[in-house]
Structure formats: structure tokens, C-alpha cells
Design a protein. Structure first.
Length: 109
């Protein structure tokens, strides 16, 4: 498809939304990695090497704060931990503003 002869095209007279909808359906099947960040800290290597069973590492987040929900390393939302059928889950409490989610993406109008 290097010459774009097989690239999908909009039918003449089709509303622009039809192309956006088709692109969104195509993108919807792309797998992404979702993770939840509880908190973080910075330690010296010597401190990490001294960790043992029962060691406690204090993180930079309060216990009652919402957790960051990341998709491919980008913040998309915040939420709280829940359990679902004996497994951990996350309940989305707030969705991140577009500026926070995609700071490096140039917007074209």
C-alpha cells in the first residue's frame, strides 16, 4: 500500500463524520496497555539493595487520593481501587483533560 492505491477512500458526497467514524472503528481494535499507578518514590540504589521481606517503601501519594490510570504511559483518567469477583479493578472517577492526556500531540484544525 505504499502508493496509497489501496487506501480507504470516502465516497463522494459522504459527510466528513463518516470518515471519522470509520477511522475510529479501525483504531478501536488496536491493543493498548492500561496500567494504574499507585504512587512513586525515588531511592538510591543502595536503599533498593537493602530492601528485604517486610520492608516498607513510602510512596508520594496519600492513601485517600485517586490513582492515575495510564494508557501506554499517558494519563487518561483517575480512579479508585475496587474488587470484582475476587480480582482488583479500578472505578473511573474522573477523566483527564485532553491537554493532560496528549501534551505532545499537535492539534490541526
Amino acid at each position: 500500500m505504499s502508493d496509497m492505491s489501496e487506501a480507504p477512500r470516502l465516497e463522494p458526497g459522504a459527510p466528513p463524520e463518516a470518515g471519522v467514524e470509520r477511522n475510529m472503528r479501525m483504531l478501536a481494535d488496536i491493543p493498548v496497555r492500561m496500567s494504574v499507578e499507585v504512587g512513586s518514590t525515588q531511592l538510591r540504589l543502595a536503599d533498593i539493595m537493602a530492601l528485604g521481606e517486610g520492608s516498607v517503601v513510602q510512596l508520594d501519594r496519600q492513601a485517600d487520593e485517586l490513582l492515575d490510570i495510564m494508557v501506554n504511559g499517558t494519563l487518561v483518567a483517575r480512579g479508585e481501587v475496587v474488587t470484582v469477583n475476587g480480582r482488583y479493578g479500578i472505578r473511573v472517577s474522573e477523566v483527564a483533560a485532553t491537554d493532560a492526556r496528549f501534551p505532545g500531540i499537535e492539534r490541526r484544525v
